[in-house]
Structures are given as C-alpha cells and as structure tokens.
Design a protein around this ligand. Structure first.
Ligand code: SF4
Length: 226
C-alpha cells in the first residue's frame, strides 16, 4: 500500500475522487437494483437480501415478481413458501432466500419497522454485515461504516487505499475508513459499485479514459483497455 507523504493526503485524494467520479456516474444514470429503492426501507432490505451473489438483472426480475405478490412486510410474511420460491427463482440460493424473506418479513411486521441499527439488522435472517451497512445507508442515510463488496475492495486496492493482502470485507472497511472522509462513507459504496461496473472493470479497466487516472497508482492492474 502506498504511504502518503502527509497524513491527510489520502483524505484529500478520496474527496477529489468522489468529486470527479460521482457526476459522471450521475450522467450515466447507472444504478443497481438496491440503489433504485433508496429511501424505501423494506424494498431496500429485501432487494439487498436477494442480491447476494446474484446478477443485477436477476435481482431486478425477482424483486418485480415478489413485490407484485406483496409489497409490505405483513402481506409478504403471509405468502406461501412455494409462491415466494417461484417469484425469486432467478436469484442464487432461492430456497434459503425464500425462507429468509418470510422470516424477515414476519419480524419486520411484528416490530412495525425496518430496524435502523447494525445489530438489529444483522439479527434478521439472511442479513449479514454487508447488507446491514448498505441498508442503513440506502434506507436511512446512516453510515457508521463503509459497506464493502467486491467492487469496493478491488478498487480500494488499485487506488492504494487498502492493502492488497487484506481479504475480509470488514477489515477492508476499517482500512478504508482511515482514508475516506467520514462524510462520504455512505456514498462511497454505491459510487464504487457503479464505477466498478462501468469504468474500473474487474478485468481490462478503462484506465486511459478514467476520470481519476492521474490520482490512481493502479496497484496490481495488469490488462488495461486501450
Ligand atoms: S485508473 Fe484504472 S485502475 Fe485506476 S481507478 Fe481508473 S480504471 Fe481503475
């Protein structure tokens, strides 16, 4: 990992990265399914659960089919397991996710709200740390930590913000939180996810036309799109 010359050098750099990248993504209109439901706690929660290890288009299809059957926690909790399974059969692990959806919907209906703390969210079936942090930001605008998925981790390493040997998402998050200003911990994940799907691709990133080419040491980058 690159050691900054001054302690706040990375904070300045990551703020500049956000300032350059976000307007370009806004113009592209790039959004994941979970991001489409921003400000709507229950759809954010369910789409986050469905999206684990699943392609975007399949998450969207499953959300459309599931919410056509029931669009609130109480009604969703009353659906038959087989109907939920059929609605979400495009996603990975549909059997487990159907069970989680029914149990989580019942708990949310009982509590009368989607929880807004990490501990409460992680107590829901099928909601791990990553989903919980993402739900807090997209549903409630809260960002106690930086949510890390494969895009956030990969780009963090290429930018020299995260050690290349760091694997565990929560450790990646801890390293990033020392380099990214607190006020952009929330938007960092959606921005990097969309950036990773359009410009800083997993293979053959578009470095020559990248808006932050001059700010990026390209750690570990091999194939670059010309
Ligand atoms: S310069 Fe290349 S590696 Fe660095 S952020 Fe841009 S696309 Fe990714």
């Amino acid at each position: 990992m690159t050691t900054p010359l001054f302690p706040d050098e990375d904070l300045v750099r990551t703020r500049e990265i956000m300032a350059r990248v976000q307007p370009i993504l806004d113009e592209m209109g790039e959004r994941t399914t979970v991001q489409l439901f921003r400000g709507q706690p229950f759809p954010v929660l369910i789409s986050s659960l469905l999206s684990a290890r699943t392609r975007e288009e399949d998450t969207k299809t499953a959300m459309d089919h599931l919410f056509a059957l029931a669009d609130n926690p109480a009604d969703m909790a009353k659906l038959a397991y087989e109907d939920v399974l059929k609605a979400i059969d495009a996603v990975q692990y549909p059997g487990n996710k159907a069970e989680y959806i029914l149990k989580t919907s019942a708990l949310v209906a009982e509590q009368g709200r989607v929880p807004d703390t990490l501990d409460e969210l992680m107590a829901l079936p099928g909601i791990g740390w990553k989903s919980a942090v993402l739900v807090l930001w997209l549903a409630f605008g809260l960002a106690p930590e930086i949510c890390v998925d494969v895009h956030v981790a990969r780009i963090g390493k290429r930018l020299g913000l995260v050690n290349t040997s760091t694997k565990q998402p929560q450790k990646v998050s801890q390293e990033l939180m020392t380099k990214v200003p607190k006020e952009i911990w929330g938007p960092w994940n959606p921005m990097m996810v969309n950036f990773g799907r359009t410009i800083c691709l997993p293979t053959y990133p578009k470095c020559p036309t990248c808006p932050i080419n001059d700010l990026c040491p390209k750690v570990g980058v091999k194939g670059i799109t010309r």
